[in-house]
Ligand binder design. Structure first.
Ligand SMILES: CC(=O)SCCNC(=O)CCNC(=O)[C@H](O)C(C)(C)COP(=O)(O)OP(=O)(O)OC[C@H]1O[C@@H](n2cnc3c(N)ncnc32)[C@H](O)[C@@H]1OP(=O)(O)O
Ligand SMILES: O=CC(=O)O
Ligand SMILES: [Mg+2]
Length: 720
């Protein structure tokens, strides 16, 4: 790793790359000069860095007391009342605030009004980041044809006519369900016609209108395509007519595609899906976010043997039946996920000490977004003039209040009106879930979402109860009562705090990126639960998940749920322990191998190649999305089993070595890959060992400290 060179700015030691990036690329055009930026940043650190540290100390103190409580109780039966009383006594549980409604100012409709998918993407990957922004619109034909929804994914090569016909029939079924004709089926339409009276379909010898004629919005012409734009539940759908196109030619109506408004919002992630460990990495991450905010980001690459350049998609101009023009956004509304309060960075140092990375993210990502707010021409990201920051891994209301104060300061420094920055609260640590209303209250003037990040939440579940006993395995932990209580409480508390019509109540990630038939069958549960958004890992998944928001009227569902009693804390606070029915030994060993494989498969790309999110096969060869949160779960489960003597250190070491051989085999086709076997002594393998063997004592069971240290080591080794 190149040693960081620093320059002085208002008492701060700032990495040269970062200073140059901020001063030459971020600030010009924002109305903020370098003096103001760095002096403000220095003041922010002087006032808030110690407070940040104190919040982390408080986490450690509470965890220490919880560990001691469990140890002192030994084998006594689980007593949730005693546990609750103890948590209240130590200040882990705080009093509920009096009833209140959030007041978050101007919010874009993609968040406040329309329910739809939320795509997440590592912002470090420009090709993916641009693709995510453009995933606002997705081809239903492509999503059905290319995924496993219509059977095993197709082999590359010419179109299979039988599969094509099945796709066309499935899309027609969606149209019949969503935009029924006054008579007949979309499958039998011979021609569609749009004029000043609306949309008509010809079936046989008669013309029929839509059953709800007001669903027709207008016409969008692009090249040889004529798009007939419809709207349902606030989401647009375009019937793309082009009889000259090979697919259009195969259908009497010339329908060549059904394009769905899909990723209404996309989170550009600086956190768990990226590997950014030093100033150079952080600048790369910030540069892509800056390009998305200026609108200039491009990426050139080769795809299917052809060079291509990807850039942000333009808006869509739709001509209404009365001749007026409607502009529909071409891109997802972009949100940026900052890192949490835990890590420090050496990119900015104060008094010889590293400083909180979250404070750097706050300053730099918000400064980048000023470019969007100041645009006078071209497409804007936020038409409401807001900047959307997702804040992860906060533990309870004090930490949320700290984030609120941080962004107030950032707004003052950068000359932004108060509460320009909106905050997305990841409900993914147990202290936040257990004090959710108070946490929302702490950011009530800027909260734009609450989201159940159930992956981190599962990791924190295990870590918090590390000394309570052995957890009942991965699936059992997910199936148990705490998870349902957590998910239900999140929706009902969100509704009680007035999020309906003002903010998102979001659900978590679909973590099997290739199992989209299963996603289509099951993820409808998210809108049915009253959530107006849920996470998807890819544009294809976004397009398919969009179908769920046509099938479910989320606003009506929220009306039904509002006022229902919130499940009480007992279920939330009862950990999924094995108790008197231990898992059979063969299952324990299988879970050990599975977790070891997942950790190694993820970590080896993180540490050796700097890839923060990967598709890694599990022990049954099902590809899973692995990021730092899923890695946290695997590491915490094994750490818990080690701590509770269900498995031994030798068994862990043995599993890691055997699975490293398997992971090496899985990556054999990657020329950049460095095998872990037979030495088992490289930084990637050591990172996996660290994660498991020190998992019980890592702060909140987070993976960041071990991963960052080993990635920095790998970079230094490469340089040496
Ligand atoms: C717990 C949490 O915090 S969850 C949030 C963090 N997780 C994420 O952000 C998941 C994001 N998803 C991803 O990173 C990827 O989809 C992975 C790693 C899961 C799979 O990646 P790959 O194996 O490369 O995907 P695959 O080969 O199937 O598809 C690649 C294509 O899909 C696109 N793609 C895949 N994921 C995304 C995405 N999230 N956004 C935009 N485009 C994407 C790529 O651009 C590429 O298309 P292109 O060739 O036209 O550029
Ligand atoms: O960030 C999301 C999660 O599930 O963790
Ligand atoms: Mg998370």
């Amino acid at each position: 790793m190149t040693p960081t060179r620093y320059i002085q700015r208002h008492g701060l030691d700032v990495a040269e790359d970062l200073a140059a990036f901020v001063e030459t690329r971020v600030l010009p055009g924002t109305g903020v000069d370098a003096d103001r930026f760095w002096s403000g940043y220095a003041g922010l650190l002087a006032d808030l860095a110690a407070e940040n540290r104190a919040l982390l100390d408080r986490r450690a103190e509470l965890q220490g007391r919880i560990d001691a409580w469990h140890k002192a109780r030994g084998n006594q039966p689980w007593d949730v009342s005693a546990y609750r009383a103890f948590l209240a006594e130590i200040g882990y549980l705080v009093p509920e605030p009096a009833p209140f409604a959030i007041d978050n100012g101007r919010i874009d409709p993609e968040i406040a009004q329309v329910a739809g998918p939320q795509l997440v993407v590592p912002v470090s990957n420009a090709r993916f980041a641009l693709n995510a922004a453009n995933a606002r619109w997705g081809s239903l034909y492509d999503a059905l044809y290319g995924s496993d929804v219509m059977g095993p994914p197709p082999a590359p090569g010419p179109i299979d006519p039988a599969r094509r016909d099945a796709v066309v029939a499935r899309a027609a079924q969606f149209l019949d369900e969503t935009f029924p004709l006054a008579g007949g089926s979309h499958a039998d339409v011979l021609a569609y016609r749009a004029d000043e009276r609306g949309l008509t379909a010809t079936l046989g010898t008669s013309d029929v209108a839509l059953r709800d004629p007001s669903a027709f919005v207008g016409t969008h012409v692009a090249g040889k395509d004529t798009g007939l734009v419809l709207r349902h539940h606030g989401l647009h759908v375009e019937l793309v007519i082009n009889p000259g196109h090979p697919i259009g030619a195969a259908s009497a109506s010339g329908l060549r595609d059904v394009v769905l408004e899909a990723a209404l919002t996309a989170i550009q992630d600086c956190e768990d899906s990226v590997a950014a460990v030093d100033a150079a990495d952080k600048v790369d991450v910030y540069a892509n976010w800056l390009g998305l905010m200026t609108g200039d980001l491009t990426d050139s690459f080769e795809k299917n043997g052809k060079p291509m350049t990807r850039r942000l998609a333009p808006d869509r101009q739709v001509t209404r039946p009365d001749g007026s023009t409607l502009t529909l956004p071409g891109r997802a509304l972009l949100l940026v996920r900052n890192v949490g309060h835990l890590m420090t960075t050496d990119a900015v140092r104060l008094d010889g000490q590293d400083t909180p990375e979250g404070l750097m993210d706050a300053m730099v990502t918000v400064a980048c977004a000023i470019h969007d707010l100041r645009k006078t021409e071209g497409p804007r990201n936020s038409r409401a003039g807001a900047i959307y920051v997702v804040k992860p891994k906060m533990h309870g209301p004090d930490e949320a209040a700290f984030a609120d104060r941080t962004f107030t300061r950032v707004e003052e420094i950068l000359g932004l009106p108060a509460n320009t920055v909106k905050l997305g609260l990841m409900d993914e640590e147990r202290r936040t879930s257990a004090n959710l209303a108070a946490s929302i209250h702490a950011i009530r003037n800027r909260v734009f979402f609450i989201n159940t990040g159930f992956l981190d939440r599962t990791g924190d579940e295990i870590h918090t109860a590390m000394q309570a006993g052995a957890f009942a395995g991965r699936d059992a932990t997910r199936r148990s009562g705490w998870l349902k209580a957590y998910e239900d409480r999140n929706v009902l508390i969100g509704l009680a705090c007035g999020l309906r019509g003002r903010a998102q109540i979001g659900k978590g990630m679909w973590a099997k990126p290739d199992a989209l038939a299963e996603m289509l069958a099951t993820k409808i549960a998210h809108p049915q639960s009253g959530a107006n958004t849920a996470w998807v890992p890819s544009p294809t998944a976004a397009t398919l998940h969009a179908l769920h928001y046509h099938a479910v009227d989320v606003a009506a569902r929220q009306d039904e749920l509002a006022g229902q009693p919130v499940p009480d804390l007992d279920a939330l606070l009862t950990p999924a322990l094995m108790g008197d029915t231990p898992l059979p030994q063969d299952q324990i060993l299988r879970e050990l191998d599975n977790s070891a494989q997942g950790i190694l498969g993820y970590v080896v790309r993180w540490v050796d190649q700097g890839v923060g999110c990967s598709k890694v096969p599990d022990i049954d060869d099902v590809p899973l999305m692995e990021d730092r949160a899923t890695c946290r779960i695997s590491a915490q489960l094994l750490a818990n089993w080690l701590e509770q003597r269900l498995i031994t250190r030798d068994q862990v070491e043995d599993a890691l070595r055997r699975m490293a051989v398997k992971v090496d085999e899985q990556n054999a086709g990657d020329p950049a890959y460095v095998p872990m076997a037979p030495g088992f002594d490289g930084p990637a393998f050591e990172a996996a060992r660290d994660l498991v063997l020190t998992g019980a004592t890592q702060p909140s069971g987070y993976t960041e400290p071990a991963l960052h240290a080993r990635r920095r080591q790998a970079k230094a080794l490469r340089r040496a």
